[in-house]
Design a protein around this ligand. Sequence first.
Ligand code: GLU
Length: 314
Amino acid sequence: CCQAGRHVPIVDEGSRTRMDRMTATPVFRFAPSPNGRLHLGHALSALLNRDFATTLGGRFLLRIEDIDLERCTPAFEQGIYDDLHWLGIDWERPVRRQSEHFDAYRAALQRLVEAELVYPAFATRGEARAFVAEREAQGVKWPRDPDGVPHYPGLDRQLPQSVRAQRIAAGEPFAWRLDMAAAIQAAGGPLDWSEVSGVRLQDAETLPADPAAWGDVVLARRDTPTSYHLSVVIDDALQGVTHVVRGRDLQAATAVHRLLQRLLDLPAPVYHHHRLILGPDGRKLSKSQGDTALAALREAGNTPADIRRVIGLA
Ligand code: GLU
């Protein structure tokens, strides 16, 4: 009923992708962002994907998620290729680089704009934070997303069209945010996904998706026509990805991805969210912790076999 633009094909599947779906060839992908060096957690993700693809006779793709043109660099991208080669991993060419596909994301965003499921949000992060802090000081319990960030107040959710157009034309910065309540209604029913576990990706469990927990997420910005959430669902569909294998830190985001897949008529892959590799302090590894970078471990004399052992894959 409410999914405007239903018939505009935003995903022009290649014949290879269509064939894979018909023959049920599993398609895996490792999708790092070149905004830092790869660490042990990335090694686990990449090796699991590659190993699953090999075991199941599937394909393994590498995707460079470089939509953040300020933080992503060619040197970090080269680092990804070097680190993966060192680990003994190879992938299909050409590699999909998201920065070369902004048109595809723009088209998807446009469908959501036409369906009135996104709105231009003009409040800066600081303004939104101040608004929430004021409410909390008054004793209001403000909802937070799974990452602990307060939900966007949505003050501009109801702005008249003319005011929006005026402020955009005046060059005011803004972000396109999903109107989460409207989007959930348009989805027309509960969302879930199939989470598989184990070495052979068996034991599927149906998990409920709760996108409302995220509030009005950002789907694009004035100068970047996409976001992580939008480009990941478009690309997984476009590349015919059947199995999304990634860290548990991204499990909560799957709810947003399932919602977008429903709204944009995209197929749902099955998911496997793997254990995380923790640092000595018991916290998730980050790209700023240089000592777990694969390049540093390599320079310190470790072999790929050492890496597999350290991450529990030996
Ligand atoms: N680009 C994301 C990251 O580096 C991963 C995306 C995904 O696997 O869905 O954390």
